[in-house]
Design a protein around this ligand. Structure first.
Ligand SMILES: [Zn+2]
Length: 154
């Protein structure tokens, strides 16, 4: 697994998740505790719109150093050069755009589990069979506007 590509994917996943979360935090219906999905702002926006709305706010508040620490712990890549990767990460989010993140194919079917699964040895490339069999732990699932079976592939 390429460390740098995986670092970009990790950052993309973080930006996407924080954009989704921000959209829910800004939802007046959530604040008012309303029940109908029809009244919830975040249900009216698709993922691309959420990125458009929140990308720049999210990256302005992101702590790349802190994310790098999470990244190396998650993947067990403790020897990566901190300063170099933090600098690369800062450039990556600064020069990316919502569309670049959305269409950039940083997150793929192949790295989805490594990014979103639990941290530790599950990402070892030498044991692909083990990785596939490992029980998936869902962490902050990305909302697809509450549509069951909605796909991210479009
Ligand atoms: Zn809501």
């Amino acid at each position: 697994m390429d460390c740098c590509r995986t670092w970009f994917a990790f950052l993309a996943a973080e930006v996407i998740q924080q954009s989704v979360d921000s959209c829910e935090k800004d939802c007046p219906a959530c604040m008012d505790g309303l029940y109908s999905p029809l009244l919830h702002f975040h249900n009216m926006r698709n993922l691309r719109e959420k990125l458009d709305l929140y990308y720049y706010r999210v990256i302005s508040e992101m702590d790349i150093s802190e994310l790098f620490n999470k990244f190396i712990l998650h993947f067990g890549w403790l020897t990566l050069d901190n300063d170099e990767f933090v600098a690369i990460g800062q450039h990556f989010v600064r020069f990316s755009t919502p569309d670049a993140i959305y269409f950039g194919k940083y997150i793929t079917k192949q790295n989805d589990f490594a990014l979103y699964g639990s941290s530790g040895e599950v990402t070892e490339v030498q044991h692909p069979a083990k990785t596939i069999k490992a029980k998936r732990t869902k962490k902050n699932t990305i909302s697809h506007d509450g549509v069951p079976g909605a796909s991210t592939s479009n």
